[in-house]
Design a protein around this ligand. Structure first.
Ligand code: F1P
Length: 337
């Protein structure tokens, strides 16, 4: 977790090296929609990438778990559609992702792009374009540096559609290091606080997939009660779970920031502790704890900055619970169908 910014730098280099082919792909207009798929963490990564593709490239894009694409393709793709598949897998060996990709090629014959961390993986052999970040490889079953490196790669590839954005992203590795140095103590304090028994991660728009992923980190590393919601949805029922043993974490957007802060203030009034992560500073009159990026980057290019602090919080929670964060209960690095 602490050294992941070196993997972000490597991800930016991988994308820069494939610049021409990626830009040609975005310009080619060869597909009518993009399916983004993966399993577990890489499904959540798909949830983070699909809205970005749609917003930045103006193409219909949606995320789907690989198993849904494999077993229920007619619920996912319209007849006559001309889709591109973006298959994301750290290992490149997860059976559902492999089989969904094979079925996709057979049925739709569209282009396949893969993002992963292992160049020899089976999925790479099924792809027209493979974006492989070796530097994202990790020992841990739980995806942390691999996830953020693959996210940087996806965001950078999309940013190439508007090249100055790609150039601005070069500041990310340093920003990541500064963020970890500035907020490591707070992550340790909140992760180690045994008064907190439930964690809720709220994020909307580009942030929903990231909220889902950090919720998974907390759950799988520390075996804590943890859920993710679209920000405003939390008020439609789930907030009944808030009490003094709850931490509500808001991944603030630019677009709905005022409404999202209102939700956090309401949860605080109900007795919950609140934490906001945001590009701009958040006054602690609004929330109990705040993490600010001050990156100067557009929302489309800075999503990865939400991750290191929350991964660290999960790590410290795991330690406080006596769990080994690298080897969670019941999990293996590659799930076989
Ligand atoms: C997918 C995945 C991981 C999860 C665990 C089991 O792996 O579900 O997200 O954390 O390691 O496998 P991959 O297809 O991205 O390698």
């Amino acid at each position: 977790i602490l050294t992941q910014s070196t993997a972000w730098m490597a991800a930016l280099e991988v994308i820069a090296a494939k610049k021409d082919v990626i830009q040609a792909l975005w310009k080619a207009d060869q597909f009518s929609e993009v399916l983004v798929t993966g399993c577990g963490s890489t499904y959540y990564l798909s949830q983070a990438v699909a809205p970005l593709l749609q917003q930045q490239l103006g193409v219909r894009a949606h995320a789907v778990p690989a198993s849904e694409l494999l077993f229920f393709p007619t619920t996912v793709v319209l007849p006559g559609s001309n889709p591109l598949l973006l298959a994301i897998s750290r290992s490149g060996h997860t059976t559902e992702t492999i089989r969904a990709t094979q079925a996709f090629k057979k049925q739709y014959n569209g282009p396949v792009i893969t993002i992963g961390c292992y160049p020899e993986a089976e999925l790479v052999g099924l792809s027209d374009l493979a974006l492989i970040i070796d530097e994202g490889q990790e020992q841990s079953v739980v995806q942390t540096r691999s996830f953020s490196a693959m996210l940087v790669a996806a965001q950078a590839a999309i940013a190439l559609a508007h090249e100055p954005q790609f150039e601005h992203m070069q500041t990310l590795p340093l920003l990541g290091e500064q963020l970890i140095a500035a907020y490591h103590d707070l992550a340790q304090r909140l992760g180690g606080d045994k008064q907190i028994e439930r964690f809720y991660f709220l994020g909307s728009g580009l942030q929903y997939g990231l909220a889902s992923e950090v919720n998974l980190k907390m759950k799988e590393m520390s075996l804590s009660v943890s859920e993710a919601f679209h920000f405003m949805e939390f008020r439609h029922g789930p907030m009944s779970m808030v009490n003094e043993h709850t931490l509500v974490v808001g991944l603030l957007s630019d677009e709905a920031r005022d409404h999202e802060l209102t939700v956090l203030r309401e949860m605080r009034a109900l007795g919950g502790q609140t934490l906001a992560l945001s590009e701009q500073d958040v006054p602690t009159t609004d929330v109990d704890f705040a993490v600010s990026f001050n990156s100067g980057l557009l929302a489309a290019n800075r999503g990865v900055l939400y991750l290191p602090f929350l991964q660290l919080m999960g790590y410290y929670r795991a330690r406080a619970n006596g769990q080994t964060p690298d080897s969670p209960h019941n999990l293996t690095a590659v799930v076989v169908l």
